[in-house]
Design a protein around this ligand. Structure first.
Ligand code: ADP
Ligand code: MG
Ligand code: MG
Length: 255
């Protein structure tokens, strides 16, 4: 198993408000999991906790990632170990070129794997190959990280970073962003082309259309800080037809 989340409870560090209330999730290598759920359910909080953002405090439960205790690692260490977070609003870093940013990130991961760092020439060659694969425009590499990128360009850049860093687990939180159809396709094509028996995805979204393109292996409904229903791809259309109400009602009836 690549990721094993057991009874995860977490609260907002600032005010102690509990958001995750005993979340369980298992992800095997090569699997694509979608997490859906109503607004405010805790989806972005879950992504943030996995990424190691410090706004949240884990109070109970465990997260095992590739045989190690994820919760013991800081955010950089998680990234070096093969966890990739694509966020809804990626940070802008004025003055730092996308290229230098990616070279630094890639070399940190290579060091973790015991591989030698790529110098500029080797990195150029490596990048060239990935850019062609992902249909990236060359000038996006020279620009400051995410500065002035359109929504679609940010998505393309996210996917490009994934292709470059070859993570074991990609977590994508697409929840509240207004993705147009082109950006949806960039994300979906990116995920599909990077699917691999050694790579897993957790795609957080309320875009049923995105999932139509991606066809996840498993679909989970997150509600009130827990996963309350899991199924296969068919669950996407069940949710589309019936909404979350019946799932929420049967969950509450069980309490
Ligand atoms: P979702 O992504 O499913 O819409 P979120 O994880 O963003 O849900 O939020 C879940 C709940 O936690 C919401 O009620 C939200 O207001 C609250 N919350 C999340 N982050 C914070 C924070 N940093 N400070 C205060 N409340 C927060
Ligand atoms: Mg939300
Ligand atoms: Mg969210």
């Amino acid at each position: 198993m690549l990721l094993n989340v057991e009874n995860l409870k977490a609260e907002v560090a600032e005010d102690g408000k509990q958001i995750l209330k005993g979340l369980n999730l298992q992800v095997n290598p090569g699997e694509v999991h979608a997490i859906m759920g109503p607004n405010g359910a805790g989806k972005s909080t879950f992504s943030s906790v996995l990424a190691g953002r410090e706004d949240y405090e884990v109070t109970e439960g465990s997260v095992d990632f590739d045989g190690e205790d994820l919760l013991e690692m800081d955010a950089e260490e998680r990234a070096r170990k093969g966890l990739f977070l694509a966020f809804q609003y990626p940070v802008e870093i004025p003055g730092v070129s996308n290229k230098l940013f990616m070279q630094t990130a890639l070399n940190a991961i290579r060091e973790e794997k015991g591989l030698p760092a790529l110098d500029m020439f080797d990195f150029d060659e490596y990048v060239q190959e990935k850019m062609e694969l992902m249909g990236m425009r060359k000038d996006m590499l020279e620009r400051s990280v995410n500065v002035g990128f359109s929504g679609g360009e940010k998505k393309r850049n996210d996917i490009f970073q994934m292709a470059l860093l070859e993570p074991k687990l990609c977590i994508m939180d697409e929840t509240d962003s207004g993705l147009d159809i082109d950006a949806l396709k960039v994300v979906a094509n990116g995920v599909n082309s990077l699917r691999d028996p050694n790579r897993s995805f957790i795609v957080v979204t309320h875009y049923q259309r995105l999932l139509d393109y991606i066809k996840p292996d498993f679909v989970h409904v997150l509600y009130d800080g827990k996963i309350v229903k899991s199924g296969g791809f068919e669950l996407v259309h069940e949710l589309e037809d019936q909404g979350y109400d019946s799932i929420i009602q049967s969950h509450e009836a069980q309490l």
